[in-house]
Design a protein around this ligand. Structure first.
Ligand code: ATP
Ligand code: BTN
Length: 324
């Protein structure tokens, strides 16, 4: 990120003359650079003492505006890849991480995806520009081998906690769909990527924030924070809250394994205790969801009274009375 933008975003900037001296440029050159930032959509403003800082516009996802709102130690503080339109934030971050030495904590975010991807090769729709928050974070989790799949549960916990900050009461549909009012408002897709530093994880989350409507095909199971009543939800504030919550959930997962987040996860679960249909590649069965164990698997008591362990890899679990 441009050093002037970084100083303005982090509140380290000063008055115009002091800033010009710090950046070793003339006040005229500085004025030109400030104008260029304004043309990109940034709003540097002086305080009463003439010290400049960014005043992010509502809902802005510009990298400098995101940086200005971050309260994290590492997440969001690597590179921020931003464009109004991307094919998929997961695809872009995976490509950049594989090609360049991106630091963990790097972020990809856009206003609209043209080829958003979901689980099980499904498509993730973000049709109206500026209403969704598709984002992906590069993580280097310090977890024992074979535990990487638990990251997706930490992402669900973090996304739900961030949404709870808007005043809504989100639930988690096992394994990793965040729902409000029985409909999905966040989809999560975590993917591994091979990098110079070894395998890292791209944690993608698509928040439905300000959509007023959804395509006919998903209307029965999709909702947005706006539709659920959070009319003031701001994508930048939500992103910054989510990154803080993700940092917290990942730290708990790394320190204690799944038990570090399991109480919070189960407290938000809308699957436990419910009648569910488990839809697998080769078999579908009905039962009651009873528990989530420390491997992240769901235990279902099927209608033949057998307890069955279900892993998230290739199944869908639906409520028998509807999506949840
Ligand atoms: P499960 O994980 O149990 O299979 P699911 O039925 O919601 O849950 P997913 O694979 O998690 O399926 O999600 C992908 C599905 O979500 C797609 O098939 C699509 O119907 C739906 N979907 C696509 N875009 C959105 C969106 N923006 N909001 C909510 N749902 C969406
Ligand atoms: C699902 O529910 O199937 C997962 C949907 C994941 C969507 C997010 S949006 C940001 C990131 N980029 C993608 O292409 N997918 C994830």
């Amino acid at each position: 990120m441009d050093e002037l933008l970084r100083l303005l975003a982090t509140g380290e900037a000063d008055t115009t003359p002091a800033l010009a001296a710090r950046l070793h440029c003339t006040p005229e050159a500085l004025a030109g650079r400030l104008l260029a930032l304004a043309a990109e959509g940034y709003r540097p403003q002086p305080d009463a003492a003439g010290r400049l800082s960014l005043r992010p516009a509502a809902d802005s996802l510009l990298p400098g505006d995101i940086l200005a709102g971050l309260r994290t130690r590492t997440l969001g503080r690597g590179e921020i890849l931003y464009a109004t339109e991307m094919d998929s934030t997961n695809t872009q971050l995976k490509r950049a991480a594989a090609e360049r030495n991106l630091p963990a904590g790097s972020l990809a975010v856009c206003d609209r995806q043209t080829a958003g991807r979901g689980r099980l090769q499904r498509a993730w729709e973000t049709p109206e520009p500026g209403t969704a928050l598709p984002c992906s974070v590069l993580l280097a989790p310090d977890l024992p081998p074979g535990q990487a799949h638990l990251v997706t549960l930490a992402v669900a916990v973090a996304a739900a906690a961030a949404i709870a900050e808007t005043g809504l009461s989100p639930g988690i549909k096992w394994p990793n769909d965040v729902v409000v009012g029985g409909k999905k408002c966040v989809g999560i897709l975590c993917e591994a990527v091979a990098t110079e530093k070894g395998p890292l994880i791209v944690a993608g989350a698509g928040f439905n924030v300000r959509q007023r409507t959804f395509p006919e095909t998903i209307r029965h199971r999709a909702t947005s924070l706006w539709l659920m009543g959070a009319h003031g939800a701001d994508r930048r504030a939500l992103l910054c809250a989510y990154l803080s919550q993700l940092e917290r959930a990942m730290a708990a997962l790394e320190a204690e394994g799944l038990s570090g987040i399991l109480a919070e996860y189960t407290a938000r679960s809308v699957t436990l205790g419910r009648r569910v249909e488990v839809i697998g590649a080769t078999e579908t069965f009905l039962g009651t969801a009873e528990a989530i164990d420390d491997t992240g698997a769901l235990w279902v008591l099927d209608d033949q009274n057998r307890r069955r362990q279900v892993w998230s890899g290739d199944v869908s679990v639906r409520g028998v009375m509807g999506y949840v």
